[in-house]
Design a protein around this ligand. Sequence first.
Ligand code: SF4
Length: 109
Amino acid sequence: MGIDPTFETSRDVADEHEGHTVWGPVDEPETLGIHGTHVAVDFDICIADGACLEDCPVDVFEWTDTPDHPESEIKADPANEAQCIDCMLCVDVCPVDAIDVDPGRAGRL
Ligand code: SF4
C-alpha cells in the first residue's frame, strides 16, 4: 500500500524537520511518519530506491539518515519542497508509491 493522500486530515503534525512538516505518528527509529506537505514522502514506505533524487528536475530531494529503520537506513527527504514544479516525475518513478504531490497542498510548518 502506498502513501495515504488524505494524510492532512488523517494524521496530526508531529514535528518539523529541515523546514518542512512531519506528519505522525512518529516513534523513532521504527516509525518516522510522512515528511513534507506539498511534496509528501512516507518515510515508513520509502526503500531508498533513489529514482526521485535522480529524476527531480529541481532537486527537491536530499538523502537523510534514518538508522535502524526497518525499510532503509536513508530516506528521500523533500528538503526543498518549495521548489517543486509539479511535474509528477517522482510520483511516477517511485517503485513503492511512497510519494504524493498535490499542487493544492501548500507546504507549511
Ligand atoms: S513533482 Fe517533479 S518537481 Fe516536484 S518533487 Fe516531484 S519530481 Fe520534483
